[in-house]
Design a binder for this molecule. Sequence first.
Ligand code: PLP
Length: 427
Amino acid sequence: MKLYNLKDHNEQVSFAQAVKQGLGSQQGLFFPLELPEFELTDIDAMLEMDFVSRSSKILSAYIGDEIPPHQLAERVKAAFAFPAPVKAVSEDIACLELFHGPTLAFKDFGGRFMAQMLAYVSGSDDQITILTATSGDTGAAVAHAFYGMKNVRVVILYPQGKISPLQEKLFCTLGGNIETIAIDGDFDACQSLVKKAFDDRELKQAIGLNSANSINVSRLLAQICYYFEAVAQLPQEKRNQLVVSVPSGNFGDLTAGLLAKSLGLPIKRFIAATNANDTVPRFLDNGEWQPNLTVSTLSNAMDVSQPNNWPRVEELFRRKTWRLTDLAYGAVSDETTRAAMRELAEIGYISEPHAAIAWRLLRDQLHEGEYGLFLGTAHPAKFRENVEEILQQTLPLPPELAERAELPLLSHQMQAYFAALRAFLLK
Ligand SMILES: Cc1ncc(COP(=O)(O)O)c(C=O)c1O
């Protein structure tokens, strides 16, 4: 597989290189040089396959001969070890639930596949150190994805006292190759320490530093697979009139959905659903890219005003000669998000703010005869306080959270000094 840098088309790398490097020069995103397409008959046959076999075929179409199919299949099996069920919410709408992995969020798919790919392309004797800063969720997904992997040390920084106690329990109780550090400072202080480590060439070399961040192309490819899984679970008559609504922040999930369509998956229309951070809906409305200051909302994982995957969306539309005017969109306020969660609860479906935004726009924009699917990106219990307050009911803790809640925290504590972090990393 060859990929090019969107900021410098002459910079071309292999899949292995893109996985290891993350970003190209000038912080440019990598994008596939070839856009494979399946025949209609292939798609029909693939929709009959099980999740792991089908996903291996999809990923192989992109990755090509850099990873032999049987080895790729083994890695896919290890990464996708949990289901992505489609649950009917009403007669013509269903939710693709992506929160049945170990950290109860869609990030488990991309994070775990990236971990597998990074281990594969790094060679068995290379020591890798994954260093990342988290404001909560990413840390958990990264920690669980790399937990127990040979030759991989994971160090996660987080702001002490500024993430929820349950979030902290989810990734600071693992031990083994996962080391967590509570930094006396805020999230920006953690990020700045990580940045300094990456600027330190000697350190980088000595410990094989890698960021495993969310724009890594391996994550994106993994996310394509669950769109196919959703269609596979739908009855034939609903497959050809499918509208998919995607709760969007950095627009990685939507990019993956569009790549699934580009492979030939029959999706009639996508809805790009955002909260009040509505740079993309305004852009699609008036053609002007004018990010505002980011505002805090109930759907905080989507509080992004400069979505870093958007250049990939534009590139795909350009390459496929699709029209951006065909991309549906909408932005939902917190008040409407609350109302949407209550309406969903009334029809028997408990959801959380991110998915509720996607549902609301889907319900409003679905035409007669169409079938709607929205992505359930996180388990409602991950946003327990808000969900309980809005719905006025108590949520049971899912086992993944309940089993960690009583375990002791294994985190180190550290002042926000780079010298201290450097010494820790070199020890
Ligand atoms: C729960 C949840 N929903 C939706 C999103 C938005 O996904 P994306 O950034 O791929 O647009 C995120 C991103 O972190 C998330 O955590």
